[in-house]
Design a protein around this ligand. Structure first.
Ligand code: FES
Length: 244
């Protein structure tokens, strides 16, 4: 109560009703002041003998020249440069799509309408020491959509009889996508609810993801197995660089 009463009293009686303007003075110092500062600086330098004491001066310059090295050491501590490792995955032309549950190569007839099938590239094994690193980039989800329901022309060209393959890694912060809505062909990321339309180039229709899911171009080899026609043509996962 007393704080409130004090505030009201301050506002009604103590605070001035008169507007007061304080004109801003020029920011730059006058030529006389500048000249005085320079003269004082020169006098101080002459008195200290800094110009004549070459050892002290050169040591100071040497120390300044070495300052950027500390930045180099800090950056080196962050590990080797990723180079192209973040832009490429294990997918390559002719690599078979391996079912992540059965570990068998996938045929078109294995991909049923209405379900999400997860695949990894041929040659990758769960026993490999780099499995987690590689699967985090190469994980694929495959669905079968009626070709006439596919709205995106490039998506249709990169599919095989309506079977489309997209990166399973959400482009927001990289969670694996796992929920599929058959009627709408929408997939939902469980982390922050980004939703992608798999019948329209996997574009984002809801949520914080900034980019569509990258599509993998697929086909069928002469033995009837689904195979990749190359790597993704853009980086998968979170967009820590802008892809335009
Ligand atoms: S990681 Fe998918 S929405 Fe955030």
């Amino acid at each position: 109560f007393f704080i409130g009463a004090g505030a009201v009293h301050w506002a009604r009686t103590l605070m001035s009703d008169v507007e007061i303007a304080d004109e801003r003075h020029p920011m730059a110092a006058s030529p006389e002041v500048k000249a005085k500062v320079m003269a004082d600086f020169a006098a101080g330098a002459a008195e200290s003998g800094f110009g004549r004491r070459k050892l002290i001066r050169n040591t100071l310059f040497g120390a300044l020249a070495l300052v950027p090295l500390s930045g180099v050491m800090l950056l080196r501590d962050m590990g080797p440069l990723p180079e192209r490792k973040l832009r490429t995955t294990l997918w390559a032309k002719g690599k078979l799509l391996i079912n992540m549950n059965t570990h068998e190569p996938l045929r078109p007839e294995d991909v049923a309408v209405g379900s999400l099938t997860f695949a990894m590239p041929e040659g990758l094994s769960e026993h490999d020491h780099n499995f987690q690193v590689e699967i985090a980039k190469a994980a694929l989800m495959i669905v079968r959509i009626q070709p006439e329901d596919i709205k995106d022309k490039r998506e249709l060209e990169w599919s095989h009889e309506g079977i489309v393959a997209f990166s399973k890694i959400c482009t927001h912060v990289g969670c694996p996508i796992s929920l599929y809505e058959q009627q709408t062909h929408h997939v939902l990321c469980p982390c922050h609810q980004s939703t992608f339309d798999l019948s329209d180039g996997a574009r984002v229709i809801f949520g914080p993801a900034g980019h569509a899911l990258p599509q993998l171009r697929i086909g069928v080899n002469d033995k009837g197995f689904l195979e990749a026609h190359g790597d993704f043509d853009e980086p998968v996962g979170p967009a820590f660089w802008e892809r335009g």
